[in-house]
Design a binder for this molecule. Structure first.
Ligand code: TMP
Length: 253
């Protein structure tokens, strides 16, 4: 039997285990879905498998255009090898169209185009419900420096341009998304890289023609099958073969 690996961290949708070499971790994608700070919960069979594949796809694309990120390689259906980072305690949100919390906060109709991409930050703290925070707080409390924030905005906008194009190519509008950023050190030199995951759990994705939602809002708002929505995204991107039934964990590797 393989030795039990040391669990480093367990979040709502993923588990991190010690990796095979120093500076690496194994990221395991669970089937658990949560919303509204885990007040709503379910297990969606196959979600972890889809998100493992989709995050691999986007992170590999980012690597290929020169955007640094934590992905090293996929290990199996549910696991990928990643670089260990020190997570910046922020959710970095980029919005192209009004939806979700900004639409509510400002009384905007969902789908209204924004005059330019808006980057905003939530402080990663489940007890507080990830509150929206201004740059002023981030710098004052030392979560990131002004230079870090300049680098984070540059990274976030590159990710936005990349994802917008990739999704548009398969008839999907990228309404908004969230990324997380990690610090890595090369000796004394610190760099910021894209970490965590990029998947329909952390994006809003609407079909360009019909407006159909293909992201976690399907779960948040009880709009149908989340697996069907994520499978549709994966099929369009060619991450899954077309003509297959909604994915079951055993069918893919
Ligand atoms: P919001 O409109 O609820 O603020 O969400 C903005 C984007 O961030 C949306 O694509 C969903 C994503 N998001 C997460 O990935 N995790 C979260 O905890 C929240 C609240 C949003």
């Amino acid at each position: 039997m393989a030795p039990r690996r040391k669990k480093i961290y367990e979040g709502k949708a993923k588990v991190l285990y010690e990796g095979p070499e120093p500076g690496t971790l194994v990221q395991y994608f669970k089937d658990d879905a949560t919303a509204f700070n885990a007040q709503k919960k379910d297990v969606i069979e196959g979600k972890g498998v889809l998100n493992n594949r989709l995050s691999e796809y986007f992170m590999t694309g980012l690597t290929n255009i020169g955007v640094p990120n934590h992905f090293i390689k996929r290990l199996n259906m549910r696991e990928q090898l990643i670089r260990q980072v020190e997570i910046v305690p922020l959710e970095v949100i980029v919005r192209n169209f009004a939806a979700g919390s900004i639409a509510k906060r400002l009384g905007m109709e969902e789908g209204t185009p924004l005059p330019r991409p808006i980057v905003e930050y939530s402080y990663k703290n489940d007890d507080l419900g990830d509150p929206l925070v201004p740059e002023e707080y981030i710098i004052a409390f030392g979560w990131a420096s002004q230079q870090d924030l300049d680098d984070i905005v540059a990274l976030a906008l590159r990710v936005n341009d990349f994802l917008t194009g990739v999704f548009y190519g398969v008839g999907i509008k990228l309404v908004d998304f969230k990324i997380e950023i990690g610090r890595v050190w090369d000796g004394d030199f610190m760099r910021l890289i894209v970490a965590d995951e990029i998947s329909p759990d952390s994006c809003r994705l609407w079909d360009v023609k019909t407006g159909q939602k293909l992201d976690k809002d399907v779960f948040r708002r009880d709009l149908g099958s989340l697996t069907d929505a994520y499978t549709e995204v994966a099929k369009r991107l060619g991450v899954l073969p077309t003509n297959t039934q909604p994915i079951k964990p055993t069918l893919i590797n």
